[in-house]
Write a protein that binds this ligand. Sequence first.
Ligand SMILES: [Zn+2]
Length: 235
Amino acid sequence: MDKIHTTSQAWLEDALHQAHDKIGLLTGGQFAFPKLEDIDITCGFPTTKARSVEKKGKSSHDWSLQGGHIISISPTLVDPVQVMFEVVVSLAKSSVAMHMVANNKKVTHIPNPDHYGSHLTVNCREVARIIRFIGADTSKPSQPTMNSHFRDIWADLVASFGAYPNDKSHQLKGGKKDTTRLVVGTCKGCGYKSYTVMTHLARALLVCPVTNCSRHGMSFSYTDSRVVNLYPNSQ
Ligand SMILES: [Zn+2]
């Protein structure tokens, strides 16, 4: 019995959870990955600039100033196995980033004016060391590609999530603003997450509904630059 996800957001969160387990198994526990609660995943370009210039968008991994990881899956992707590939590569990047930060390695941030936090440049060879285990073609470490081997290893798992919702609203509209993109808010007290569109967030921020949370009734934190611009204390 297949699951049915009605939004790409729900599908992606399910995929992230399962991929997190599977990449741990496939790599034999040789690499540490960030905890799931420290990773946010969304379908959308990380920047409005990327939205307008990229025809065939790439997914990206960013690192927020609070140490959380933000995975943005390109909304132009429709093949669920390809989406899973991007999720797994992003997980590998977040693992490398986590180690670089933990070991005080020389970290090169590329500040991103359109996005709260920064893009962390991770060594592509380190990423390739991890994703070699998942069936990726890493002969060009800077451009790992999905191949039939990856499809063989992951297709069954991907099929178990049901169809990848192809939200029409996420498709490219010639660089026009996407008002239906979901923005994630997180409670700093208990980790509760909410997803709302910008139109509603412009009216009011959501608050934590968990009654035994120390921040019950207080606003969620947001990393999206559009929210931070409207509510400078919302981080
Ligand atoms: Zn809370």
